[in-house]
Design a protein. Structure first.
Length: 156
């Protein structure tokens, strides 16, 4: 399937076989994929090339920086791209943290590559709002986020 608008995607995934299967599937749909192995590399790449990527696909559990910290720092830096989280560790608290940070979708591992392709191709067609996860109110998500994230310097 060739999307209406091929996307430039940054994939942060520390499991190489998973990264390669995602890359293979999405490249087959016409998207450009760059792979990094952890959150710190993803943050560095996005700071170095802030307008180069339309979408970040990130794992939650990675060495050096997890997905929540990555998304938090990207939001603080003004990253406007779409964000998809893949993880085998999506507890209610983790989901609430991601919701509060405004991720576009969360996909539990193991995942169906066809589902991921459909989501990414939907983003390419501009069908983003239907992909936002539901379940918690914004107030509930913010309360859980405050409980689950370590205190840090205040942001303006």
């Amino acid at each position: 399937m060739n999307p209406a608008h091929p996307l430039n995607i940054l994939l942060a995934e520390d499991e190489r076989p998973v990264a390669f299967s995602i890359s293979f599937a999405l490249k087959g749909d016409g998207h450009k994929i760059e792979i990094v192995s952890d959150g710190e590399e993803a943050l560095s790449e996005l700071k170095r090339k802030p307008d180069a990527f339309d979408v970040l696909i990130t794992d939650h559990s990675m060495p050096r920086m997890n997905g929540i910290e990555l998304v938090k720092r990207l939001r603080e830096s003004g990253f406007r791209g779409r964000i998809a989280v893949l993880s085998a560790h999506l507890s209610e608290e983790t989901r609430a943290a991601y919701l509060a940070l405004g991720v576009d979708t969360m996909i539990p591992k193991p995942f169906d590559v066809h589902e991921l392709r459909a989501i990414i191709n939907g983003i390419a067609r501009g069908e983003g709002d239907a992909l936002r996860p539901t379940g918690l109110s914004t107030t509930e998500a913010c309360k859980l986020l405050r409980l689950g994230l370590p205190e840090g310097p205040e942001t303006p």
